[in-house]
Every structure is written in C-alpha cells, then in structure tokens.
Design a protein around this ligand. Structure first.
Ligand SMILES: Nc1ncnc2c1ncn2[C@@H]1O[C@H](COP(=O)(O)OP(=O)(O)OP(=O)(O)O)[C@@H](O)[C@H]1O
Ligand SMILES: [Mg+2]
Length: 314
C-alpha cells in the first residue's frame, strides 16, 4: 500500500497545491524514485495541472488522459490501466526533480463541465470508495510508493471527501491541512474539522500547517509564537515585539485540541509566487525543508524532520 497524503483545506488559496508540489519535490530530492510518486489533482479548476502543464493541459484533456476520463471509462466497464491516464510534467516546469513524477490531472468534458459527472460519482460527501476502488483496479496501489492528493477547498465538500475516503480505506487516517494564521481561517478550519469527523471520517487526524502567503502578518506571527509555533521568515525579528492578539492565540489553542500542528510555520517565500522558475532556490533553505520533512514524517516515520539545522539568520 502506498503512503497516501491528502492535502485539504477550509479556505481557498492557502497553499495546498504549493505544499503538494513541495512534498513531491522533497521526496525526489531525498532519494525516492520519481516514477513511484503519483500526484492526483482532484481540483476541477486544475490549479496544479495548469501550473505544471501550462497550455499542454488542454491537449492532455483532448487525449483523455485525466481522472475524469478514467472515471468515465471505468463506469463504462473498461479495464483501467493507470498508465493510460497519468502524465509527466514534460518540460513545462523548470524543476528537474519533478520531471518523472506522475500526475493525474482532473480533466473535464467537452462542455468544460466536470461537476455534473463528479456529483454522480461523489455525491455531497463522496461515493466514499470510488477513487480507492478505481486506483486499486488500475494497479496504482501496487505500482506507486506515494500518492499525494491535491483538492479543491472544502466549500465544495466532494473533493475533500474523495481524498479523505482514501485515507480511511488505506488505514492512514491523516490529512495535511494548510491554513493562514488568521482568525477567520483558524475558525473556518476548526468548523471543517468538526464536519469532517461527523460526516466523513470519525478517525481522521488533521496535520495542520500554518502558511504565510503574505510577507508578514506581524501580530498573527506573534500569536503563533505565543502558542508555541516557530515562525522564521523575513521580518520575523520585528514581529517579536508585536503584541499577540488574545483571540488568535485562543483560536490556535482551540485548533490544537482538534489535531496536530506542525510546530514550524511555512514562511512566505517570494520565489513561490514566481513558481516554477525560482522555487528550487528557496526549497534549499531551512524552513521549508523543516516544514515539509515534518509533514512527511507524519505519514512515513522513516523520513525524519530536518529541523535541527534551523537558525535565524536575519
Ligand atoms: N509560503 C508561501 N510564500 C509565497 N507564496 C505562497 C506561499 N504559499 C502559497 N503561496 C502563493 O499563494 C497562492 C496560492 O497558493 P496555492 O495555489 O498553493 O494554494 P491552494 O490552497 O492550492 O489554492 P486553491 O484553493 O485555489 O487551490 C499561489 O500563488 C502561491 O504561489
Ligand atoms: Mg490548489
């Protein structure tokens, strides 16, 4: 059984796709065979696939090499071979490490409408075993060592559900949950976690990762520190003097009681906004290495958190 890592979130734009790619990148850089890593982009807006395929995404869709077409063929009773649907990033990204990673893009029908069929497969909370069954029959579960699943935000629950149902069936029961260190995001995330445990999977343990998608949220950084989470990023020195807002500290502590928080926040990295050209450079820096290795360690204890090297250089 591969290590299955679903990446889900309550809000949009919090770093799911970025973290999915960083996990794959880290695994390859530290010795995993890229051909044994499968990224499934279940987000119908195809953020990850557009990032790595660029304009080729339309061609891939025409070639029917997508999750959508895989599901459709399966429903028609065809024998599914995963190799007929996965695609390597084929030169559209600069990051050589990812060239041989396999990606299953979401795809869509001729009208550009994925959602009708998705509803059919998934329903509001998912046709729980759909993705697992099809991956199992297609040989993917014996062929890959890692399956990382990027999703659309939880306001469309189907995509979160299909990813989480995989963990249940694979008996992992963990999911990576990135969020911004803002009061709104924390509260939304707590609500999502409660809904997930009520409606999707009682057992699921969220692994929360605070991500700074803006250069500096001073008082939020101070609140994370107050709650015991390290924040090392540009400008974090000044933030040391900031007064932590009590309500954010309380929300972070509430969040702690619903799952595990990675104790170092993912810093803002200007290079990520210019993905993919410059991202490798920052992946070399300590903070993302520590955060990403800590996340992977939750799913595979053979990969140790690389945090001892953390030093504040500013
Ligand atoms: N730590 C970071 N530093 C700098 N930019 C970041 C960071 N994390 C995310 N971003 C940027 O924020 C934007 C949103 O990130 P990303 O696409 O990974 O989020 P997402 O959760 O996948 O979004 P969606 O919900 O739309 O799929 C992207 O432009 C990304 O480059
Ligand atoms: Mg995304």
């Amino acid at each position: 059984m591969p290590v299955i890592i679903p990446v889900v979130s309550a809000s949009g734009g919090v770093g799911k796709t970025t973290i999915t790619l960083l996990i794959a990148h880290y695994l390859v850089e530290y010795g995993e065979d890229p051909g044994k890593i499968l990224i499934i982009d279940t987000d119908p807006t195809a953020g990850l696939s557009l990032k790595i395929y660029g304009d080729d995404y339309d061609r891939i869709n025409q070639l029917r090499r997508t999750l959508y077409h895989m599901f459709k063929d399966y429903d028609k009773g065809k024998n599914i071979d995963i190799d007929d649907y996965v695609n390597p990033p084929n030169g559209n990204i600069d990051a050589n490490t990812l060239q041989n990673v396999k990606v299953l893009p979401p795809g869509e029908d001729d009208e550009g409408d994925l959602s009708n069929l998705v509803t059919l497969w998934l329903g509001e909370y998912g046709r729980g075993d759909a993705l697992f069954t099809i991956l199992s029959k297609s040989g993917a579960l014996s062929r890959f060592n890692y399956i990382i699943i990027d999703t659309a935000p939880f306001f469309d629950k189907r995509y979160t559900s299909i990813a989480l149902a995989m963990t249940d069936l694979a008996k992992v029961n963990k999911a990576v949950v990135p969020l911004r260190p803002t009061l709104t995001d924390i509260k939304r995330t707590i609500r999502m976690t409660q809904t997930i445990s009520r409606k999707i999977n009682n057992e699921i343990k969220p692994i929360f990762v605070f991500n700074f998608d803006k250069d500096m949220l001073r008082s939020e950084a101070a609140a994370l520190r107050e709650a015991g989470i390290e924040v090392l990023s540009k400008g974090s020195r000044e933030a040391r003097g900031a007064k932590p807002p009590g309500e954010v500290v309380k929300a972070v502590n509430d969040l702690k009681s619903t799952g595990k928080i990675i104790n170092v926040a993912l810093a803002y990295m200007a290079s990520l906004t210019r993905f993919p050209e410059k991202w490798l450079k920052d992946v070399e820096s300590y903070t993302p290495k520590c955060v990403i290795s800590s996340i992977i360690n939750e799913f595979n204890e053979n990969i140790k958190p690389e945090c001892s090297i953390l030093v504040e250089t500013e």
